[in-house]
Every structure is written in structure tokens, then in C-alpha cells.
Design a protein around this ligand. Structure first.
Ligand SMILES: *Cc1c(COP(=O)(O)O)cnc(C)c1O
Length: 451
């Protein structure tokens, strides 16, 4: 119970509303949520902003119907889940070795380079591995920080002792190529840390322009790109645009559960990683490059990735990229039509995640809780300065355009319910958002600028 207020909220006191963040991390964790509710009710606290067990949801959203609309983890197609249930196999055996090499080759193709490796860990682990491997403590690097994930990348570099210069802009803004090049020149940076798709702001960054401009002033600068919420849903051609190391994670575009980090390594990245570095062991990327793994691999995740790549290839690159662009177009069109306008500029809007601003007086936490409890739709909270006034809808991975009709319907219904509860008029008549989504689903998708 937050806020140290429990000492004053005894059983015999008058009921009062205290905002309590109770979180049960799955709908099957019923005993835990029940215990929290029991304790809360004994202390006459009203629970708000909770993820409750299905038994406690008055609308009776069935437990298997929780719909995630998050930018990771995202829904896992049944054949990937099924692949993960295969029996374990020997590390050194030919079956796993062949599978690992096949997955590495497929992932490298998704990155647009020759070599890729995978290591157990979430996306952040890959950022650590890249930074620790490519640079030495004290090396000056420039981190472009245009949101929460750029900031996280900079913190990872700082944690490894690098001298981190930040080119920081406000949420929703995008630095120019000239600004990036000027800061690289001024700081003498040997590394450039970039986020391809800033998941907190819903912006796809013009990294190709940034890198081209930076290389004019610093031809040898090593570029490391967090492509965790872009690859393979959004094209990235590392070798063509000069990305030396890029990273991704299993739970976003690859449609698998969280747990496997993926790293694409270009020729200059390989050279940077080969330098002698103290303090590397589990995350030593050269070990993965030479021997494929460096400890017991997450075998089930490699099975998952093999099936993931089969599905991704069956759909094809062009169709997959267009599907993601279309979902972004749909959600933004729906947002505008329902009075929840997208916060990202349209020319750089992300195909994998959209941030929608809420009408005045409608609180983001209330929308998230209501959409989950009443309609079984888990939307993502916005981040940083947008946390209270916006929500995010993730559309990375296995989602289809039809899923976006559901996502915007849940948001539209929640906004209308909350406006009605507050006795105020909704920004638009009900159904406008869904209608706009349907229209955008049926129209051809205009060519969208990507790197
Ligand atoms: C999700 C995400 C991360 C963090 O990944 P984890 O798997 O949670 O460590 C980092 N960067 C971006 C851009 C992301 O979208």
C-alpha cells in the first residue's frame, strides 16, 4: 500500500478513496489479487488502477481473452508457442547447431548485414553487450536522447564507464542531421548511440541521415543502434546506411516471448568488438560470433525463433512492412477522429507504436484501468512527460489491421465511459474512431518514408 497512509486508515475509520497501485502480474494470479483486495477492504481503501484477477472483474472478461496492445511483450502465434514445447536437445548436437546457424542467418538478413548472434536476456542486455564490447571505459560517445529509450541507452553507456555526451530533445522532437554531426565533431565522439524507433514517443528516427552526416565529420565513428522495436517489422538495412551494430529482442517484432536478445554485427562493428576489453565474460559478443553461444543457450527460445523466421518469411518482407505501416495509419486516423490525436509528427510516425493524447480531464491511468477491467484490453501507458495525458497502442509483431479495430474500439469505449462518469461531453460522438480505423484498413497504404 503506497504512501505510508496505512497507519491512519484503520478499520474503524470512515471510508476514503486512496489511489493504490496494486499489480497482479497475470490474470491467473487470483489468490494474490484476492489477498490485496481483502486487505484493502479491511482498511476501507478503494483500489484504483489495478490489474485484477478475472474473478474480480465485474464485467466478467474471461481470463483467456485478455488482449495485449503493447509494444512488447506482444501476442505469440500458436505455432511459435508450440515450437517452444519441443523436447530439449544437446547443446553440441547437430540438430541445435544447425538450427542456431539457420536462425542467425535469418536474423542477420532481417538486420541487413552478414552476421547476427543471439544471447539470453532482454533487449537491454543486448545494449549492454554492444556498449561493453565496442567501447572502452572513458571513450567519448554521443547518445541521441529523444525519449525514454534513448535515455536508457545513454544510462547503459554511463554504467560501463563511457564518457557520454547527450544530444537531448523534448518528447516528440527529432534532432536534425546537422545537429548530430555538429555534436559528434565538437565532442570527438568515437561512438554514436541511436534509437531507431523511439518506443516512448512513437517516432521512427531518421538514423540514415544522422549517420551520413556524422560520418562526414567523423568517418570512423562506430554506430550502435537500438532497433529493438523496429527490426524486423520496419526495414533496417545496416550495411547500406552504415550501422555497425544493431540490436533487437524476441518479444517485439519477432513475435516470441521475452528472453532472447539479438545483435546484428556489420564489418566495422566486428572490428570494434575484437579489440581487447577487460571485464567481458557472459556478454562477450566475440564468443557468440566465434562459437554461437557462450553458456547454455535458451534452447526453447531458439526453437521459437526458428518458427518465427519461418512465419516472417512466409509473409514476406514487403507485406510485413506494409502491414505495420497500415496499422500505424489506422490507429492515427482513429485517434484523430475520436478526439485523441496522435502526438508524433506524421512524416516520422512509427509503424510499430502510436501515442494518442487524451481529451482534457481524462486521466491516462483511469483509461488504462478501465479498458483492462471493463473490456479486457491492455493498452500501454505513455511515458515521461506524456504519462498522464496520453496512452500508447502497440502494433508490433503478430498484430493485424483487424486487431487495431479492437484496440481503438477499447480506447474509444473507455474514453466515452469515463466522460459519462464525469458528466462531461465526449470529444466526438461514439464510433467515429472505429469508423476511421475501418476506412484506413480498406484503403491502399501510401508509401511511407523509412530508412
Ligand atoms: C522494449 C525496448 C527496449 C527494452 O527492451 P527490454 O527487452 O525490455 O530490455 C529498449 N529499447 C526500445 C526502443 C524498446 O522498444
Amino acid at each position: 500500500v503506497a504512501g505510508g497512509r496505512r497507519s491512519t486508515a484503520g478499520p474503524r475509520r470512515a471510508a476514503r478513496k486512496v489511489s493504490v497501485g496494486a499489480m497482479s502480474n497475470s490474470r491467473t494470479n487470483a489468490p494474490f489479487s484476492h489477498a490485496i483486495r481483502r486487505i484493502a477492504s479491511r482498511h476501507r481503501l478503494t483500489l484504483e488502477g489495478c490489474w485484477l484477477s478475472p474473478e474480480a472483474v465485474p464485467s466478467g472478461v474471461p481470463p483467456w481473452q485478455e488482449r495485449l496492445f503493447l509494444p512488447g511483450p506482444t501476442p505469440v502465434p500458436w505455432s511459435i508457442a508450440h515450437a517452444m514445447a519441443r523436447p530439449m536437445t544437446s547443446l553440441g548436437g547437430p540438430a541445435l547447431r544447425g538450427l542456431v546457424e539457420r536462425v542467425e542467418t535469418g536474423v542477420a538478413r532481417m538486420f541487413g548485414t552478414q552476421r547476427a548472434v543471439g544471447l539470453s536476456g532482454s533487449g537491454t542486455a543486448t545494449l549492454e553487450a554492444a556498449v561493453q564490447g565496442a567501447f572502452a571505459p572513458g571513450d567519448p560517445v554521443l547518445a541521441v536522447v529523444a525519449g525514454a529509450f534513448g535515455a536508457r541507452f545513454a544510462r547503459v553507456a554511463e554504467a560501463h564507464g563511457l564518457t557520454v555526451h547527450r544530444l537531448e530533445v523534448a518528447y516528440g522532437e527529432v534532432p536534425t542531421a546537422e545537429a548530430v554531426a555538429a555534436r559528434v565533431a565538437r565532442t570527438g565522439a568515437v561512438g554514436l548511440l541511436l534509437t531507431h524507433n523511439e518506443t516512448s514517443t512513437g517516432l521512427l528516427m531518421p538514423i540514415a541521415d544522422w549517420i551520413a552526416a556524422a560520418r562526414k565529420v567523423a568517418p570512423d565513428v562506430v554506430t550502435v543502434v537500438d532497433a529493438i522495436s523496429s527490426v524486423p517489422s520496419v526495414p533496417l538495412d545496416m550495411d547500406a546506411i552504415g550501422v555497425d551494430i544493431a540490436t533487437a529482442a524476441s518479444q517485439k517484432g519477432f513475435m516470441a516471448p521475452p528472453g532472447l536478445g539479438l545483435v546484428g554485427v556489420g564489418p566495422r562493428g566486428l572490428a570494434a568488438l575484437k579489440a581487447e576489453r577487460a571485464g567481458r565474460m557472459y556478454f562477450d559478443l566475440t564468443a557468440y560470433i566465434e562459437r554461437h553461444h557462450n553458456a547454455t543457450p535458451a534452447v526453447a527460445h531458439w526453437f521459437a525463433m526458428d518458427e518465427s523466421l519461418r512465419l516472417l518469411d512466409a509473409e514476406g518482407d514487403a507485406a510485413r512492412h506494409e502491414r505495420h505501416v497500415r496499422m500505424g495509419v489506422m490507429v492515427r486516423a482513429a485517434g484523430r477522429a475520436m478526439g485523441c490525436p496522435p502526438l508524433a509528427r506524421e512524416d516520422m510516425a512509427s509503424p510499430t507504436v502510436t501515442v494518442l493524447g487524451l481529451p482534457d480531464g481524462v486521466d491516462a491511468r483511469a483509461v488504462l484501468a478501465h479498458a483492462a477491467e471493463r473490456y479486457g484490453a491492455t493498452l500501454a501507458g505513455a511515458m515521461g512527460p506524456w504519462a498522464h495525458s496520453a496512452v500508447r497502442i502497440g502494433h508490433v509483431g503478430a498484430y493485424t489491421p483487424l486487431d487495431m479495430v479492437t484496440a481503438v474500439a477499447a480506447l474509444e469505449a473507455a474514453v466515452h465511459d469515463l466522460c459519462a462518469k464525469a458528466g462531461k461531453a465526449p470529444p466526438m460522438p461514439a464510433g467515429h474512431g472505429v469508423a476511421a480505423a475501418l476506412e484506413a484498413m480498406r484503403e491502399p497504404v501510401a508509401a511511407h518514408t523509412t530508412v
